[in-house]
Design a protein around this ligand. Structure first.
Ligand code: BGC
Length: 664
């Protein structure tokens, strides 16, 4: 407990004192209904997804884990309250690293207040397959944006002395058949796309943990995948935290241990008696076991959960609302503004039609283990039936209709549910303006059939715009293609029946633990994820990556490149419109042709605040790493020599400035 010593030294001292049984107890959870048998010790759980017993005689507290994607989960069942933030994808749309930090800090504070010392947030799987039901839990399609944002989220959480986690490592890009699917992808592509988001995330944070995913990757389960865990994560990236399995994602003891899995969740199907036996028989070397234990203790010391244990407190509801609103305001993407109709001036409106998506009573939320419980229960459930169950469509009881009425007290504001297009259109016709809310529910454990909106909402051609926003400044972290047919895989590969579980089967976890028969998904688009695909295939898109309008306008000029240790990209940005605004200026690079890369990649950005008429000179330093390719022969990142073209502008498809430079 000597705080002068390093976390590694402190962890070593504890490991030396531990019995084998104590070591094993730190390497698994205490069980969860439907996923593993429950230990009687689970009674001490704080009500979250995971609980690991502590070692009181050595001053080591238990680990109380909770899901916390866009807020702390399970508040309903536990009789608590937590703030629902805009979802993670919305957070990424802010391109605002400070907002990401605040996002994570709020989650950290509310976890602590509720008695948790570990977050299971930090989802950063790339939107390689945008129909993935968890797209809302992740941070878009670009590894640099996603990696930098998740790092700040983790830093915010861990500053509250809560263990942070980045997940789901790796290539868990579709939910359909997630416990069985084998993802096939070449090494270079995986390192430069999905894995790069994790690599950047870990380099810029000190995440305590990485959660390995359910799927197989190139033949081996992610949680016993030597390449992913040992060679890349622990050796190449020097990750010194611990790897925990997704819930039911462990499939062996000795094999997983050798591959680099440190901890099993939620129970001890493999990392209890079986691991102990493997150690006693010498199949798992004691040094390997000690390394697992060391990593967990080291992270606990480094993050401060031992020196500063949780003290329960009342969640600061008001502060939560303030942070959530601030982040929402940084996250709203304005896609169209025909005839400059927006922003609306409430004093000029006599009649307003509000249409669709239960906007009279509620706002939809994302489901699955990300689900945050609404205060007061589900707004559209019958009274008394407001409990959130797995994959229920949960509407928070907050009324856009009421908010609009409050903002436009002089106007007659009428509501139509939008279910009957004729009646909705008739109401819209009578109004000065129609504000149409659209919805698309998503959840863990399912994928979308199509990117089109459900329930014929696209037939109406809707868009949503709160009245009060004066300065939308967010940009899309994901491409909106014209149709499913333009996706790298127009049809999502569904698991054959033998690779799914019968929902009715008793103890379904037994089949998962044993391993469901694999089916294949092949990411042959390789490096071409998101905008890189549409660029390379020369496809028109509906709205490009990085796109978003503002109520003002900007001009870009005077691009200058200088190279030294980094490349410095300088340019002038001017607000040419009538309002103050914040522009997200983006820098893309086209690598030398010899690199064999997609046409361009994001290499930096800056969010710049400008008053009307104001002009600023902006300099963005580009880390040479972001200009490199992964050389599989050298097993390392490599900067190619040759001509690099830098493109600067307000979206991936609006890049007015370009200039080339020779490197090396
Ligand atoms: C999800 C994880 C989650 C875990 C615990 C799993 O089903 O994939 O993201 O953290 O459950 O609830």
């Amino acid at each position: 407990m000597n705080v002068q010593l390093s976390p590694d030294e402190r962890a070593d001292l504890v490991v030396k004192e531990m019995t084998l049984a104590e070591k094993i107890s730190l390497l698994h959870g205490t069980g969860m209904k439907d996923l593993s048998p429950m230990s009687p010790l689970a009674a001490q759980s704080n009500g979250g997804a995971g609980y690991v017993v502590g070692i009181p005689r050595l001053g080591i507290p238990g680990i109380q884990m909770s899901d916390a994607a866009y807020g702390v989960r399970h508040s309903g069942d536990n009789g608590r309250y937590s703030t629902a933030l805009p979802d993670d994808l919305a957070g990424a749309a802010s391109w605002d690293l400070d907002a990401a930090y605040e996002y994570g800090a709020l989650i950290g504070r509310e976890l602590r207040d509720q008695g948790y010392n570990m977050s299971l947030g930090g989802g950063v799987n790339l939107a390689r397959e945008p129909r993935d039901g968890r797209t809302f839990e992740y941070m878009g399609e670009d590894p640099l944006l996603a990696g930098k944002m998740v790092a700040q989220l983790i830093n915010g959480t861990q500053a509250q002395h809560v263990l942070g986690d980045i997940k789901h490592y790796a290539l868990n890009d579709q939910e359909s058949g997630r416990n069985a699917v084998n993802v096939n992808i070449d090494k270079r592509s995986m390192r430069e796309t999905d894995l790069l988001a994790f690599e950047i995330g870990l380099r810029e944070s000190n995440a305590a943990a990485v959660m390995c995913s359910y799927n197989r990757a190139n033949g081996a389960y992610a949680c016993e995948n030597k390449y992913l865990l040992r060679d890349v994560l622990k050796k190449a990236w020097n990750f010194n935290g611990f790897v925990l399995s997704d819930w039911g994602g462990t499939h062996s003891a000795a094999e997983a241990s050798a591959a680099g899995l440190d901890h099993e969740e939620p129970g001890e199907l493999f990392y209890g008696a079986e691991l102990e036996k493997a150690v006693n028989s010498g199949r798992v070397p004691l040094a390997e076991l000690d390394d697992h234990v060391h990593r967990i203790l080291r992270s606990m010391f480094a993050t401060g959960v031992i020196d500063d244990p949780t003290r329960r407190s009342v969640v600061d509801v008001v502060r939560g609302f303030e942070v959530a609103q601030k982040i929402a305001e940084q996250s709203i993407v304005l896609l169209k503004n025909d005839r400059a109709q927006l922003p609306l001036d409430a004093s000029q409106l006599r009649t307003i039609a509000v249409i669709g998506a239960h906007s009279d009573v509620g706002m939809l939320s994302g489901g699955g283990s990300a689900q945050v419980d609404p205060p007061g229960g589900n707004a559209i459930a019958p009274p008394g039936a407001g409990r959130t169950t797995w994959q229920a469509h949960v509407w928070f009881p907050t009324s856009p209709l009421k908010a609009i009425r409050a903002r436009a007290p002089g106007a007659k504001v009428q509501y139509d549910p939008g279910a009957d297009l004729t009646s909705a259109a008739a109401l819209a016709k009578t109004a000065d303006v129609a504000i149409v809310f659209a919805h698309q529910w998503e959840s863990e454990g399912m994928d979308l059939e199509t990117l089109s909106l459900p329930e014929h909402q696209d037939d109406g051609g809707g868009c949503q715009h709160p009245l009060w926003r004066r300065q939308p400044s967010a940009k899309l972290p994901i491409t909106f293609p014209k149709s499913d047919a333009d996706l790298p895989h127009p049809t999502l590969v569904k698991p054959p029946k033998r690779s799914t579980m019968e929902p009715s089967s008793p103890e379904p976890w037994k089949a998962i633990a044993k391993g469901l028969p694999a089916f294949q998904v092949t990411y042959d688009e390789g490096l071409k994820v998101g905008y890189k695909w549409y660029d390379a295939e020369r496809k028109e898109v509906l709205f490009p990556f990085g796109y978003g309008l503002s109520y003002t306008s900007y001009s870009y000029s005077n691009l200058k490149l200088t190279s030294g240790k980094t490349v410095r990209v300088s340019f002038r940005l001017t607000n040419t419109g009538p309002r103050a605004g914040a522009e997200i200026a983006q820098v893309y690079a086209a690598l030398p042709a010899s690199a064999g890369e997609p046409p361009k990649r994001l290499v930096g950005w800056s969010k710049v605040k400008l008053d009307p008429g104001e002009s600023k000179s902006v300099t963005i330093e580009i880390d040479p790493w972001y200009l490199s390719v992964f050389d599989i022969n050298r097993d390392a990142w490599q900067l190619q020599s040759g001509e690099y073209k830098f493109l600067v502008g307000g979206s991936s498809r609006s890049l007015p400035l370009e200039e080339s430079i020779n490197l090396k």
